[in-house]
Design a protein. Structure first.
Length: 126
């Protein structure tokens, strides 16, 4: 479980620091993404990267991200990580705070490294 928590921690820390290389490096190339802020599912890391870079051209920048209420479920070489995230971003010319819930599915690669293969983000109703 600690390996998965460390992989999740690394992913969140890279996101919080707006370290795009480390952030996208936490995902498998064929990872999929479902975001409540985007109308269609993204079928690859490359699809997400294209959207991300478009956001950046509009001034998007992650200021911080805090993870809480973390849980990990193991299923052999698959692990499901869930948590709540409070993210501060600069978007549309203003700072915005987002409160969301997130599920990240990790897969243990042959070399033992855990990579994210799916991310689902939804608004936090609380």
């Amino acid at each position: 479980m600690t390996d998965v928590l460390q992989a999740a921690r690394n992913l969140v820390e890279a996101f919080a620091a707006h370290n795009t290389e480390a952030y996208f490096g936490s995902f498998a190339a064929d990872a999929t993404f479902i975001f409540h802020t985007h109308e269609t599912p993204l079928r690859s890391r490359s699809d997400y990267e294209q959207i991300w870079y478009g956001w950046e051209q509009s001034g998007f920048h992650v200021r911080s991200c805090e993870s809480s209420d973390q849980n990990v479920q193991h299923f052999g070489d698959i692990a499901v990580f869930t948590h709540r995230v409070r993210t501060v971003v600069f978007l549309d010319g203003a700072e915005q705070t987002l409160n969301e819930r997130e599920t990240i599915v990790f897969h243990r690669e042959a070399d033992g490294r855990w990579l994210a293969v799916h991310e689902h983000l939804s608004p936090d109703p609380s």
